[in-house]
Design a binder for this molecule. Sequence first.
Ligand SMILES: NC(=O)c1ccc[n+]([C@@H]2O[C@H](COP(=O)([O-])OP(=O)(O)OC[C@H]3O[C@@H](n4cnc5c(N)ncnc54)[C@H](O)[C@@H]3O)[C@@H](O)[C@H]2O)c1
Length: 329
Amino acid sequence: MQALIVSDANVDALYGAACEAALRAQGLNARRAVVPAGEASKDLGRAAALCSAAAQAGLDRSSWIAALGGGMVGDLAGFVAAVYLRGVRCLHIPTTLLAMVDSSVGGKTGVNLPEGKNLVGAFHQPQAVAADLDTLETLPEREYLSGLAEVVKYGLIYDAEFFALVERGADTLLLRDKALLETVVSRCCEIKAEIVAADEKERGDLRALLNFGHTLGHALENAEGYGRWLHGEAVAIGMAYALELSCAARGLPRAECERARTLLRKLRLPVRRDGGAALWTALRRAMAADKKTLDHKLRFVLLERIGRAQTGCDVKDNLLAEKWHVCCE
Ligand SMILES: NC(=O)c1ccc[n+]([C@@H]2O[C@H](COP(=O)([O-])OP(=O)(O)OC[C@H]3O[C@@H](n4cnc5c(N)ncnc54)[C@H](O)[C@@H]3O)[C@@H](O)[C@H]2O)c1
C-alpha cells in the first residue's frame, strides 16, 4: 500500500526519515514530499503540485497521505487528501503544540488565496492522529508558547476545572513537562472532539465556541500583515479583548477576567497591543470581512464565567471600539 508523507523542510530534516521508516515498518510503501516551511506554502499551486506527486508515486484510493508537521502542513496535506481521487485516507502526525491540540483534530483542511486565509478548503476527517510529545523538544519557544494560547482557550470556553489545572501547572508547562503535557494535550483533543462531534460542519452554534478570541485575533493578523504575530499570540490578544467585552456585555466577574489575563501573561503571551489605537479602523473592517460573519453582522463568543461561553453575541459598536482602546493603553 502506498503512502505519501507531506512535510515542511524544517520538520522533514528532523523527523522525515524516522517517520518514513516507521510507516515502512507497518508495511506501507512510504515516500516523502517536502514543501518550504512557512504559511506561503499553503496555497493552491502547492496543493496541485502535491496532487501530481501523489499521482506520480502511484497513490490510489486505498493509499494514505500523512501530514507530518504543524498546522500549515496539516491543512495543506489534509486538503490534498480530501481532493486527490475525491478523497484518500489521511493520517495526521502533528509536531507543534498548536497542531496537537487544535488543527489536527476536527477535519478542517484548506489553503489560502491572495484574497484571504483558508478561503478554499474541505472537511475531511483524518483516520487517525498520532502525536509524539517528544517532537515538542525541538519546537522553537515562541511557537510552543503560541500553542499554549489555544490550551487556555479550551479551559475558558468549556472546562473551568481544566483551566484551574493549567493555572496550577503553568510553571511546569513552561518547562514542557511530558507528564503534564500528556494530560493537557489529551484533554484539549477530547474537548475539541466533543464540540466537533456535536456540530461537525459548523451548521449550528456549537463549533463557533472554538472561535473565542479569534474574531479580533484573525483581524489583527490580517491588519498587521501575516508574520508579525504568530496565530496563538494574536488569539491571546483577541481573548484578552473578548474578556473585556465579556465583563461589559455578559456579566463576567472582573476577578475572573483578571484571573484569565494573569494566566495568559504567566504563559508569556501578549494580552495587549501597545500603541495599537490607530489600528482600530483597519481591525473593524477586517472583522466585518471575516468569513464567519453573517449578513455583515459581527458575532462574538463571550464568557459568562470561566468555563461557560455563549456564541452569537451581538455587541454595540461603541463598546467594541472602547474595549479595543483598553487593550492598547
Ligand atoms: N485546521 C484547523 O482546524 C486549524 C486550526 C488552527 C490553525 N490552523 C492553521 O495552522 C497553521 C499554523 O500552524 P502552526 O502554528 O503549527 O505553524 P506551522 O505549521 O507553520 O509551524 C510553525 C513552525 O514550526 C516548525 N516546526 C514544526 N514542528 C516542529 C518541531 N517539532 N520542531 C522544530 N520546528 C518545528 C515549522 O517548520 C514552522 O517553521 C495556520 O495555517 C492555521 O491557519 C488550522
